[in-house]
Design a protein around this ligand. Sequence first.
Ligand code: PLP
Length: 372
Amino acid sequence: MIYSMPYGKQTICQDDIDAVSKVLSADLITTGPKVKEFEDALSLYCGVKYAVAVSNGTAALHLVSLVLLKPEDKVLTTPNSFLATSNSILYVGAKPVFIDICEDGNIDLDLCEKELIKDPKIKAIYGVSFSGNMLNQQKLKWLKEKYGVIIVEDNAHAIGAEQDNIKAGSCKNSDCSIFSFHPVKNLTTGEGGAITTNSKEIYEKLMVLRNHGMERKVDIAPWYYEMHSLGFNYRITDFQCALGLSQLEKLDEFLEKRRSIARCYHNGFENTIVKPLYSYNEGSAYHLFVVRIKSNSKKELFEKLIAHGIGVQLHYIPINKQPYYKGLGYGNEKTSVMNKYYEEALSLPMYPLLSADEQGHVISSLLEILNG
Ligand SMILES: *Cc1c(COP(=O)(O)O)cnc(C)c1O
């Protein structure tokens, strides 16, 4: 048996293909009825008032930052994310402040509170539900009530996640949440993203900024529009939303499969030197399955796993250590938990189509390589 697994991939079925084909032969292939249908289905799924679908997750973060931040605002954020989370803060001239993570890979909200006490200039917290494991909702609620801080949940990993009956994207304890529908994520539209919020004011601003800042005024004239804010073209197409709708119907099945793979990995690595990032969490959306391994050469381990047909990845290189960020003066923050995490972390293959045989191969190969 020759194995060849990526660390993550999409699940596209015939009904997805049919749904896209149907829209491709319709009159409107961008901003037609499917966009609104997808947004309505998303808001219903998440239990939130409003959803705005956009061209990708980074665009979603950019629009959120445009609406919620002002230049020079300080924003607490995590070094353990994809670049886009903190880049979106820089896009609008605001200042990311990198805070260390907890052992579960999420931003340390207790450290965030210390910063909020020290520095009243801090306007917002941009946290990430890392790997699909939501930010501690009780702590978010506390920080919001006590300090009035703006909270953005980057839920790019977490569509379908739940904590104490609070669904990712419901914005129960945050101002906005964003999703990404890139093919490795739990639900895909090819490229795509969305913002959810319970604020009508934020929603209306996002809708305008997604489309160049254009506001149509048909009551004045059928052709008339005005621009009051500098927006972008961050629209998503109708056929992408048709794919999103079709994927959303299957999301709970995808999640069940991801959770069963997580259980299989937990069993396989019990009492070994391979330590899953956190104990099994039924509420995690398991976008990633990260393990921690103390090894002398992670590069060698990576190469051996890839030679066994096992696509591994590393999520993430600390953002504050990137050359661009170093050029801005970042990189020397006290992020010892993150630094140690970065030395030990490894993401194993995790996607609904991963077979039981492949899961077994991942477990036995990893243990064999480490014990070899
Ligand atoms: C994927 C991802 C993004 C960016 O989404 P795109 O759709 O690729 O632009 C942002 N944040 C996190 C945590 C991600 O994983």
